[in-house]
Design a protein around this ligand. Structure first.
Ligand SMILES: [Zn+2]
Length: 332
């Protein structure tokens, strides 16, 4: 695994390869009842997700791939703004990415590039630290991707793969629960923000597998270390339009009973000069810039994100960044 302090978070990536989570309109999984919180240009926050976040002193976000944090960036910006420390973790480097921007090779090369992109996102979010875990993206184990010919076709998880298959594969590379337990002991979060175990935002089995492992790790650490108690997990409950279109075809198990909550992202973050949605926009644009080889100036990078601030100030909520949707789980 690699660990970085916030001081090294400004690394510039060469070329990245990212599968964006952040697409299109808000949608909730069946059984979830989102509630709009916007009222004209003023924003109110209902208790639950936001109240939990307001009480947090240390927030840990855990995803499976660099760029997964894009789905929660508004909430993470808010957490940091409220004075909580913020630590970001991606379990893999996303080294089995489908896209190969700039002709990078899958494996270590893509992994390094996406790790650098993750560093940039951490920098944008003013995270206090971040790290990349020691597990591999896709049906591969460490080093296998580097042995393939440069023109090898992309191979991802087979249709019908379940989250448990992903967990079995990761266990060939190490002990993911032990890694997460160690992480929790080091970061000592009171609140964890993660991708959910039912649909995993995109239906990606690695997202769902990670959510299961996290719960196992949190329960284990609470049992064995009375000085550390993670009280809540906040799951991203937004799902992508693809998942809606296929009837939630890759979701697993029963839909959770917890209601989905829409969290307004129009609050101004003075340290950025942007709203929470604007910060989320900036994180996504930072990925986009590198992936697509754009040479945007700082002004060009921020321009559409600042536009969001204008929307929240009274021009309506028609920007590309709708409220984020979460479910709150209290843990014993
Ligand atoms: Zn992902």
């Amino acid at each position: 695994m690699l660990r970085y302090s916030a001081g090294t978070a400004g690394i510039r990536a060469a070329i990245g390869a990212v599968c964006f989570l952040w697409i299109g309109p808000s949608a909730c999984v069946p059984g979830g009842g989102g509630q709009a919180l916007f009222s004209g240009s003023s924003v109110s926050y209902q208790p639950g997700v936001v109240a939990t976040l307001e009480r947090a002193r240390r927030v840990l976000w855990v995803g499976a791939h660099p760029d997964d944090e894009v789905s929660s960036s508004g909430l993470l910006a808010r957490a940091k703004h409220q004075g909580a420390s913020l630590y970001l973790v991606s379990l893999t480097r996303g080294e089995n990415s489908y896209d190969l921007w700039g002709g990078l090779r899958r494996g270590s090369e893509i992994g390094r590039s996406r790790a650098a992109l993750f560093a940039q996102a951490a920098s944008v979010l003013h995270a206090d630290g971040f790290e990349l875990g020691p597990f591999t993206n896709g049906p591969w184990i460490h080093g296998e991707l580097d042995l393939l010919p440069a023109d090898a076709p992309h191979r991802d998880w087979a249709a019908g793969t379940a989250a448990d298959d992903v967990i079995r594969k990761w266990r060939k590379e190490g002990d993911p629960v032990a890694y997460l337990v160690d992480l929790l002991r080091r970061v000592r979060p009171d609140v964890v923000v993660a991708l959910d175990h039912h649909c995993g935002v995109t239906g990606h089995k690695e997202h769902m597998a990670l959510a299961r492992l996290l719960v196992e790790a949190i329960k284990s650490v609470s049992d064995s270390d009375t000085g550390l108690k993670v009280g809540s997990v906040i799951y991203s409950a937004r799902v992508t339009p693809d998942l809606v279109a296929c009837g939630f075809c890759t979701c697993e198990g029963e839909a959770p009973l917890q209601p989905a909550e829409e969290v307004g992202t129009a609050g101004l973050m003075p340290e950025y000069g942007l709203t929470e949605a604007g910060v989320a926009c900036l994180v996504a644009r930072t990925y986009e810039q590198t992936m697509l080889g754009r040479r945007w100036s700082e002004e060009q990078l921020r321009e559409p994100c600042s536009e969001e601030a204008a929307h929240s100030a009274g021009l309506g909520r028609s920007g590309p960044f709708p409220p984020e949707v979460y479910r709150l789980y209290g843990l014993p």
